[in-house]
Design a protein around this ligand. Structure first.
Ligand SMILES: [Mg+2]
Length: 113
């Protein structure tokens, strides 16, 4: 159970010069951690930026590692063809547990392959 988490407008929202944690996502990450999910945090701003934002959100300890987002991926499959890999919008996360990923209809448009 591996989940990668974006930073900007997912984990935190920047208004002016202030960064605000997105509480629904923060709560969801705490739940996933309790459910035994291994969490990674990545950002197009780089690994150090991802770690700094996780500290701001108070969830640094939940992540196994911080990574930059790739610009290129060399793979024999497109991401959209990876089995068991879905993208979830932060708004979907409110009140969800890991088991909701397993029981939800993945073609509803909330979860997109
Ligand atoms: Mg983002």
């Amino acid at each position: 159970m591996i989940v990668y988490v974006d930073v900007d407008n997912t984990l935190i929202r920047t208004i002016g010069e202030q960064q605000h944690p997105i509480s629904e996502v923060v709560n969801h990450l705490r739940q996933l951690n309790a459910d035994g999910v291994q969490l990674f945090c990545w950002s197009a701003g780089g690994a150090d930026y991802a770690k700094k934002c996780a500290q701001v959100a108070g969830v640094e300890d939940l992540f196994a590692a911080f990574l930059p987002k790739p610009r290129v991926m060399i793979d024999d499959q497109f991401v959209t063809d990876w089995p068991f890999c879905v993208t979830v919008h932060p708004e979907w996360c409110r009140g969800k547990k890991w088991e909701d990923y397993l029981s939800t209809d993945l073609d509803t448009g909330i979860l997109n392959r």
